[in-house]
Design a binder for this molecule. Structure first.
Ligand code: SF4
Ligand code: SF4
Length: 534
């Protein structure tokens, strides 16, 4: 029984339909909505920065983060760096949508698919036509995205870090031109995908998108299908010519191809009324009904997760102290400002600048992960984290000693803002650049070894040209370090004297403090291995 069925299918007749009944106009309206929404998210994040008091990052709205985090979530209940619970919920929503409504997410919602499609339309105008090859080789090439998916998933699940991040064109696009030096490969992939889609419809979707691969597999089991009736079909094959995926209609009555994204271009262009239609189990779906169900499924899942208190798009507030009330420098995050760290760790702001080797021109309200971009310095949050770690474990304040004046956990909350402001008051501002010692005191020897992982050379500013970034950083996992340095994690743990069980997929900073160890210990272990002390 048809539900509000579209009466006619010719492209000319579709142009006369109200926009919400035209498959093409309605779909592009929905696509534009999601595209603009994500553009807004990206813009806000760039302006406000991240963190609990900032704006969500674009990754919070990417369901592929859920795929990447799945193993971590199932084995530890935790999240790999940059993934928030909302990504897991969106993954669940997308899988649910796909099982119910096939690959509609790709055709109607995904902003990166939309960008490619719009560029394809522009390309057609510019070049007169698009290049859309087909044939056995082309179909085999589409399998590439399943290989991409397999490699990303295996590496990410093993290493506990987002290996695809530096190459992700979606992320690069929504960084709005920022952070080019942080992820040049992602920008290169973006350029390739966008230029490719000018001439070649949905170029990235077809051959490389790992999320498209997941959705393609799930879409095979989807309940809705584009159906063709023999009754009235004159075999003109316009449907196949208009289909970006070149799906062969004439040999089947229901499209079960993993590439069909329910764009309904075939339905729009079929010259015969009601030969092609969208079908669910036992019913024919009108375009507005399909769109409404798709949106209901997505927003319904998000709404339920919000009601259940599970929807979170930003990192949680963190406490500066561990469970024993000891200050824990591992809690320093890239989204924290210098003022917040100064207040939280009771370190005067000028001392913090000295530890981070930062010039006074850096505003105390700057987030750590924005220092290098804003001020053109070579600065990593890890750098300050380690310097604070050294300071807290110096003889004046023995490592692990409870803080005399504060035993409760000061969190970076809005309530902490006045304290942070006070820390930034003029009298506690750092000295002018000229007053900052040109040669900051060398790091204590026992926490940083010499060699490639050692402390910066005396007199050398970390932002100075020619200084390499440390090979081992607090955000890395043991599996990642093993892969990067070639030093077995078992050796590292043994050398460090860690006897308890350590999850090698957790960042160092999440377990080292509890184990009474420092990042310098890992670096020393790596150096020892390379020096042959095995
Ligand atoms: S294949 Fe990937 S990029 Fe293309 S629409 Fe689907 S999820 Fe988006
Ligand atoms: S079969 Fe129709 S709905 Fe599916 S991708 Fe091709 S044109 Fe779009």
């Amino acid at each position: 029984m048809p539900l509000v069925q579209v009466q006619t299918n010719t492209a000319a007749a579709h142009r006369k339909l109200a926009w919400y009944r035209s498959p093409r106009l309605l779909r592009h309206a929905v696509m534009a909505f999601f595209f603009l929404f994500l553009l807004h998210v990206a813009w806000e994040h760039q302006v406000k920065g991240g963190g609990p008091n900032g704006a969500p990052s674009i990754e919070a709205y990417c369901p592929f983060g859920g795929v990447e985090n799945l193993y971590q979530f199932l084995t530890t209940g935790g999240f790999v760096r940059h993934v928030e619970p909302s990504a897991m919920i969106l993954l669940a929503a997308v899988l649910l949508l796909t099982l119910l409504f096939s690959r509609g997410f790709c055709g109607w919602i995904c902003p990166f698919g939309s960008i490619q499609e719009w560029l394809g339309l522009a390309g057609k105008r510019i070049f007169g036509k698009s290049y859309n090859p087909s044939g056995p080789w082309e179909r085999r090439l589409r399998a590439l995205k399943y290989v991409v998916l397999g490699v990303i998933v295996l590496l990410t699940w093993h290493l506990g870090t987002l290996v695809f991040r530096p190459y992700d064109p979606f992320l690069a696009f929504f960084h709005l031109g920022n952070g080019f030096s942080e992820m040049p490969y992602a920008y290169a992939a973006l350029g390739f995908a966008l230029l490719g889609s000018l001439k070649y419809e949905r170029f990235f979707c077809k051959y490389a998108c790992p999320l498209g691969a997941v959705i393609g597999i799930a879409g095979k089991f989807g309940l809705t299908k584009v159906a063709r009736s023999d009754d009235g079909c004159k075999g003109c094959n316009i449907c196949q010519k208009k289909c970006f995926a070149h799906i062969d209609f004439l040999s089947v009555h229901e499209i079960r191809d993993a590439e069909c994204n329910h764009c309904l271009e075939c339905v729009t262009h079929c010259p015969k009324p009601n030969v092609l239609s969208l079908k669910g189990p036992g019913l024919q779906l009108s375009t507005p009904l399909y769109a409404a169900l798709l949106l209901l499924g997505l927003f319904g899942t998000i709404g339920v997760s919000q009601l259940a208190g599970k929807w979170r798009t930003k990192p949680e507030m963190v406490s500066f102290t561990d469970q024993k009330g000891r200050l824990n420098p591992a809690q320093i995050r890239g989204w924290m400002t210098l003022n917040e760290i100064s207040a939280g760790y009771r370190i005067p702001l000028n001392e913090l600048y000295r530890l981070g080797r930062l010039p006074a021109s850096v505003d105390g309200a700057t987030r750590l992960n924005q220092v290098s971009r804003k001020y053109g310095l070579r600065f990593e949050p890890d750098q300050l984290r380690e310097a604070v770690e050294q300071k807290l474990s110096s003889p004046a304040r023995p490592a692990g000693a409870p803080v005399a004046t504060q035993t409760s956990a000061p969190a970076v909350t809005p309530a902490a803002a006045p304290a942070a402001k006070a820390a930034a008051a003029p009298e506690s501002r750092p000295p002018a650049v000229a007053e900052i010692p040109a040669h900051p005191p060398a790091a204590p020897k026992e926490t940083k070894g010499s060699g490639p992982h050692g402390a910066p050379r005396q007199g050398q500013h970390p932002g100075a040209e020619g200084e390499s970034e440390p090979e081992v950083r607090g955000m890395m996992t043991l599996n990642e370090i093993e892969l990067k340095t070639g030093v077995p994690k078992e050796f590292i743990l043994k050398r460090m004297g860690v006897t308890g069980e350590v999850n090698p997929r957790l960042p160092l900073r999440e377990w080292m403090h509890g184990a009474g160890k420092k990042i310098g210990d890992v670096r020393d272990a790596v150096d020892a291995y390379r020096a042959g002390q095995r």
